[in-house]
Each structure stands twice: as structure tokens, then as C-alpha cells.
Ligand binder design. Structure first.
Ligand SMILES: [Zn+2]
Length: 176
């Protein structure tokens, strides 16, 4: 399982997103669905999952937020977000399906508060900085525990990538 605390201890500068060649037909390593168009640390990722990994991207705090959601792993959360974003794409305002999707996204967004209660911030860059300087004995004390922290890509990320996301969400079931 993707554990943010472990992942964010990667060497400084290594967690940046790069584009995959456009002809690459690759499944996302996080959600398992087709359509990875980016890599972080050589891991292929789709546009929904990439913000959870790209902690060194300059605008990461504008594009993603930490939430507390131990019930779902990052890949399952991404599938839920994909479904909600697809609903926003295909249904017009006023459609009940669109309203349900917005309720889900609002609920997820509200979980930033719990992340702040637990660790004092919902900015991925702050967690990145904090865990990269943790002494090894603190990591040892975690004894392999996986945290309930997840990354929620937010509206600014969706809007910045709206064209590529429309393509991804509409073709989401295509086998790699
Ligand atoms: Zn993905």
C-alpha cells in the first residue's frame, strides 16, 4: 500500500512529475486503470493519481491537499475521484448524479480538517519537508504502520488539466 510518510522520504527533488511519451499505453501504478500520461520517480501515473506522488512539483499545495481517510487506500480514492469527475463532465448542472458527485467531493474536501487536527497542516509540501528530516529512530517507531493520510487532487488541478482529463475520463476503460 502507498504510504505517504514512507513515500515522502524519497531524496529531495526526486518527486517531480514528467510527461510520458504520448504513444505510451500504460496502466497507472496507483489506480490500475489505463491512461498513465505522467511519471514520478519512474512510476507511471494517470492525471488523477499523479498529485499524490509529485510532492516536489512547485504548485503541489495549490493542486492537492492532505486528507485523513484511513478507510480507502490511495488507488481506491483515485477511482472514486475519477467517477465523481466523470459525472461532472457528462452531466449538466441540476442532474442528480452531478449533485451526488459534488457531495462526494465536498465530503472528501472536508477531511482536510482532520488531517490538520492530526498533523497540523493539509499542505503536501509541509508533510514532505517534515518527514524528509525525521530521524531514522522515529521511522523505526512507526513499526510499519501505514498512516491514514491520503492526497486529494483539487479543483485547480482538474481545471488546469481539463482537456487531458476529459480525454482520460471518457476513455477510462480502455485496456492498456
Ligand atoms: Zn491512476
Amino acid at each position: 500500500m502507498h504510504d505517504l510518510v514512507v513515500h515522502f522520504r524519497a531524496p529531495t527533488g526526486s518527486l517531480t512529475s514528467r510527461l510520458l511519451p504520448t504513444d505510451a499505453q500504460t496502466a497507472c501504478a496507483c489506480c490500475g486503470l489505463a491512461g498513465a500520461t505522467l511519471t514520478v520517480n519512474e512510476t507511471p501515473l494517470c492525471l488523477v493519481c499523479a498529485p499524490a506522488y509529485a510532492a516536489d512539483d512547485q504548485q503541489i499545495d495549490q493542486h492537492a491537499a492532505l486528507i485523513w481517510l484511513p478507510q480507502l487506500d490511495q488507488g481506491s480514492l483515485s477511482r472514486l475521484i475519477r467517477a465523481a469527475w466523470t459525472a461532472l463532465l457528462v452531466w449538466s448542472p441540476g442532474h442528480p448524479g452531478r449533485d451526488r458527485a459534488l457531495t462526494i467531493l465536498d465530503d472528501l474536501s472536508g477531511r482536510r480538517e482532520t488531517a490538520t487536527e492530526k498533523i497540523g497542516t493539509y499542505h503536501p509540501s509541509h508533510l514532505r519537508l517534515a518527514v524528509s528530516t525525521l530521524a531514522p529512530h522515529h521511522m523505526f517507531r512507526r513499526q510499519g504502520a501505514v498512516s491514514g493520510l491520503r492526497i486529494l487532487p483539487v479543483a485547480a488541478w482538474r481545471e488546469q488539466n481539463s482537456e487531458a482529463l476529459s480525454k482520460l475520463l471518457i476513455n477510462r476503460n480502455t485496456a492498456p
